[in-house]
Design a protein around this ligand. Structure first.
Ligand code: GLN
Length: 454
C-alpha cells in the first residue's frame, strides 16, 4: 500500500507514464518469502525501482514517450530490465522521458513535461526542468519516490538530469550494458546506466544491469567487476586531469566555484591535480548533433505504421500515404527535427560535408582523451553549464537547449564511462553536478572519485 501512496504522490510531478505497483509488490513478496525460508537474499531482493520508458518491458506499455508507441506492449523483456528482475528488484512504473530520449529537459514527451521537485529559494515558485532525457527518473529519485531507476545516456541523458536534481548517475563504458530491448536513438552512443541517491547505490544497480549479452553485437565480452566491494573514497596515487577547454567563455562564476570545490575535495582524498588539454572539445557538440540525428533518422525508419503502435489510415489511402500520415501524427516536433537533420546530413550531396566530417571529428575527440590518459587517470569537469532552468525557458530555442549538453557529449562520442555526482548548490539553492570521466572500462575509478566527492 505504501507503494501505491507513493506512486499517486508522483502524479504531481508527472514522473510516471505507467504505474505498475503489482510488479513491485510481487518482488517484495518474493523477498519476504525468501527471508521467511531463511534463503540467501538476492542482491536487490524486493527493491522497488523505476524503469525509464525506453526499456521494453514484457506485457507493460513501452512508449519512449511518443504517441507513435502509445499502447505498444512488447512481448519480450529488455536484457537490462530482465537482469534487474532476476536480481530481485521490482518495478514501480515506467518513467517519463523526452520523446525517443531526444532532449535535455523532458519537455518533448508526448505525455507532458516532468516537474523537478526542486524550487529556487526566495519565493520563486517557477516550475523547473528535471533535466533530460531521463527526467522522470531524476525527478522520481529526487522526490524520494523510488530509491533508484534506470536511465539511458546518448549525449548526457543520465548525467545532466542527475546534476539538475541533486542525485548521482553513471553512464558506463559503451558496451557495458546491453542495448537489446532498449528503444534505439543513436546506436553508436546509446548506453544504459543507473541513477540513484548515492554512489554506492549506483554501483549496486550497475552490477545488476551490466554484462555481456550475445543479443547485442556491441556488448563488451567482459565479466562484471565487483564495483561495490571495491568502492573506496581514497584517491592516493591517482592523477586527476582538469581539461582547460572546458573552461568555456561565459561560464557562470558559480560553476567555476563548483569546479574548484571539486578539485579541492579530490586533493583532500589524496589525488594529484594536473591540467590537461582536449583540443577538439569545441567540435564535440556540432559533431554530436550530426551523428546522433543521422543514426536516429535510420533507427526511426521502423516506425512506419505497419509494425508498431500508431497507424493513421484513412479510407482509400495507399501505403505511402499511410506512412506519411502515421509519421506526421506520431512523432513530436523535436523528433521530426532530428529526422530531417539526419536525413539531410546523410543525403548524397551532403554526406561528405557533414556526416564524414563529423565522424572524423569523433575520432579526433577520442584521440584527445587517449592523449590525456598519458597524463592522468580520471578527468573532473562540471556536468552542465548551469543549474536547472525553468520549464519553457529553452523549449522554443533548440540551439540553447543543445548547448546544455556541452560538457557531456565529448565522453559520449568517445564511449567513456562518466558520472555525475552532486557538488553543491548555486546561489538560488539549486543543485549543481560534478562530472568524472574515466578511461574505457574504468567504472571503478569513476565511482571511487564520485565517492570522494560525495
Ligand atoms: N540532450 C541530448 C540530446 O537531446 C542527449 C540526449 C540523450 O542522452 N538521450 O540528444
Amino acid at each position: 500500500d505504501a507503494f501505491i501512496v507513493k506512486v499517486s504522490r508522483a502524479k504531481a510531478l508527472n514522473a510516471f507514464i505507467v504505474e505498475t505497483p503489482d510488479h513491485a509488490i510481487a518482488a517484495a513478496k518474493d523477498a519476504d518469502a525468501a527471508r521467511a525460508a531463511g534463503e540467501t537474499l538476492k542482491p536487490l531482493a524486493g527493491v522497488p525501482i523505476g524503469m525509464k520508458d525506453l526499456f521494453a518491458t514484457k506485457g507493460v506499455q513501452t512508449t519512449a514517450a511518443s504517441q507513435m508507441l502509445e499502447g505498444f506492449k512488447p512481448v519480450y523483456e529488455s536484457t537490462v530490465s530482465g537482469r534487474l528482475w532476476d536480481a530481485g528488484a521490482g518495478m514501480l512504473g515506467k518513467l517519463n522521458l523526452d520523446q525517443f530520449a531526444m532532449g535535455s529537459s523532458n519537455e518533448t514527451s508526448y505525455f507532458g513535461n516532468v516537474i523537478s521537485p526542486w524550487r529556487r529559494g526566495g519565493g520563486d515558485n517557477a516550475a523547473l526542468a528535471p533535466g533530460g532525457s531521463s527526467g522522470g527518473s531524476s525527478s522520481a529519485i529526487a522526490a524520494r519516490l523510488v530509491p533508484g531507476a534506470t536511465g539511458t545516456d546518448t549525449g548526457g541523458s543520465i548525467r545532466q538530469p542527475a546534476a539538475f536534481t541533486g542525485i548521482s548517475g553513471i553512464k558506463p563504458t559503451y558496451g557495458r550494458c546491453s542495448r537489446w530491448g532498449v528503444v534505439a536513438f543513436a546506436s553508436s552512443l546509446d548506453q544504459a546506466g543507473p541513477m540513484a541517491r548515492s554512489v554506492q547505490d549506483c554501483a549496486i544497480l550497475l552490477e545488476n544491469m551490466a554484462g555481456f549479452d550475445p543479443k547485442d553485437s556491441t556488448s563488451l565480452q567482459l565479466p562484471v567487476p565487483k564495483w561495490e566491494d571495491n568502492l573506496s573514497g581514497s584517491l592516493a596515487g591517482k592523477k586527476i586531469g582538469i581539461p582547460k577547454e572546458y573552461r568555456v567563455d561565459g561560464m557562470p562564476e558559480e560553476i567555476e566555484a563548483l569546479w574548484q570545490q571539486g578539485i579541492d575535495w579530490l586533493k583532500d582524498a589524496g589525488a594529484e591535480i594536473v591540467e590537461v588539454s582536449l583540443p577538439h572539445t569545441k567540435y564535440a557538440l556540432p559533431a554530436y548533433y550530426i551523428i546522433a540525428p543521422a543514426e536516429a533518422s535510420s533507427n526511426l525508419a521502423r516506425y512506419d505504421g505497419v509494425r508498431y503502435g500508431l497507424r493513421e489510415l484513412a479510407e482509400g489511402q495507399n501505403l505511402q500515404e499511410m506512412y506519411a500520415a502515421t509519421r506526421a501524427a506520431g512523432f513530436g516536433d523535436e523528433v521530426k527535427r532530428r529526422i530531417l537533420i539526419g536525413t539531410y546530413v546523410l543525403s548524397a550531396g551532403f554526406y561528405d560535408a557533414y556526416y564524414t566530417q563529423a565522424q572524423k571529428v569523433r575520432t579526433l575527440i577520442a584521440r584527445d582523451f587517449d592523449n590525456a590518459w598519458a597524463q592522468c587517470d580520471l578527468l573532473l569537469t562540471p556536468t552542465a553549464p548551469s543549474a536547472a532552468f525553468a520549464l519553457g525557458e529553452k523549449s522554443a530555442d533548440p540551439l540553447a537547449m543543445y548547448l546544455n549538453d556541452v560538457f557531456t557529449v565529448p565522453s559520449s562520442l568517445a564511449g567513456l564511462p562518466a558520472m555525475s555526482v552532486p557538488g553543491g548548490l548555486d546561489k538560488a539553492g539549486l543543485p549543481l553536478g560534478l562530472q568524472i570521466i574515466g578511461k574505457p572500462m574504468d567504472e571503478q575509478g569513476v565511482l571511487n572519485a564520485g565517492l570522494a566527492i560525495e
